[in-house]
Design a binder for this molecule. Structure first.
Ligand code: DHB
Ligand code: FE
Length: 278
């Protein structure tokens, strides 16, 4: 059976793409963020996953406001990136693990998660940049399965539902008849708000409590409604739903590999976490 090696989460601010392109990792503004990936990459060198299942949110590149699935999953052999207007380089295509995609689709639909199945799907900065942060050298060495959670157009799925989705994904991976090693990734957050009166809003105490809760008490965030999460973390801080799904996919107790938290990168409280399956 396939093995889940653990989970990794990170913010996905588009400006990271510019910093990577210009080699600014050691500049004072960027260093506290990029240094958070060094212990995670060391762990990746040890566990060497074959496939990454990536929970992320599309920001209008593949799905726009006229057609917005709550949950969508890729089932393509390749995922192309395209220009979103951020002025950052477009990254080369990512390879898809179509066999795992179809296994997940069958399992999840059977478990009452009615995902939109995408045999073509453009992937935006929320998918491409985290993969580049975890594997900066050359082409991405893992095959991928993108799972998109709507966090941009209301109504959004609840925290409880996203944790349950993650758990169902974890069960499906564990039941997959394969010798592959799988890492689960969640991108977005932590607290940030890009627009409106509260633009620039950040909530450090909430972020730290949330990160901590993922280790021993992943249900903690499910006590909050979506509106409460927006209130506490900002309109885009609600991207923490992807972190919750990721933790849900790694069953039981987990071991902390690394945690990093740095304010700000652009308008965002930037968090990075990795936890190994027990
Ligand atoms: C920023 C953060 C995001 O999560 C995003 O998708 C776009 C921009 C920012 O802080 O600039
Ligand atoms: Fe975002």
């Amino acid at each position: 059976m396939a093995k889940i090696v653990g989970g990794m989460t990170t913010s996905h601010v588009p400006a990271i793409g510019g910093a990577l392109h210009k080699g600014l990792q050691n500049e004072p503004y960027w260093k506290p963020f990029f240094d958070g990936f060094l212990p995670v990459r060391q762990w990746l060198d040890e566990v060497k996953p074959d496939i990454a299942v990536v929970f992320y949110n599309d920001h209008g590149l593949n799905f726009f406001l006229d057609k917005m699935p709550t949950f969508a999953i890729g089932a393509a052999a390749q995922y192309h990136n395209a220009d979103e207007g951020w002025g950052i380089p477009t990254l080369p295509p990512f390879k898809g693990a179509t066999d795992l995609s179809w296994h997940l689709i069958n399992h999840l639909v059977e478990r009452d998660f009615d995902l939109t199945t995408c045999q073509e799907m453009l992937v935006d900065h929320a998918f491409t940049l985290p993969l580049k942060l975890f594997w900066p050298e050359g082409d991405c060495p893992v095959l991928t399965v993108p799972i998109c959670i709507n966090t941009v157009q209301f109504p959004l799925p609840s925290a409880k539902r996203c944790l349950a989705l993650g758990r169902a994904v974890g069960e499906a991976i564990a039941a997959w008849d394969s010798d592959k090693k799988v890492v689960v990734i969640g991108t977005g957050g932590l607290s940030h708000q890009l627009d409106g009166e509260r633009a620039g809003f950040i909530n450090k105490p909430f972020d730290l409590k949330f990160m901590d809760s993922l280790f021993n008490e992943p249900e903690w965030a499910t006590q909050f409604s979506i509106n409460e999460l927006v209130e506490k973390t900002g309109t885009q801080g609600v991207e923490l739903l992807m972190w919750l799904a990721t933790r849900g996919a790694v069953p039981g107790a987990v071991r902390r590999v690394h945690t990093n938290y740095h304010i700000p990168i652009s308008n965002t409280a930037a968090g990075t976490m990795a936890f190994a399956a027990a």
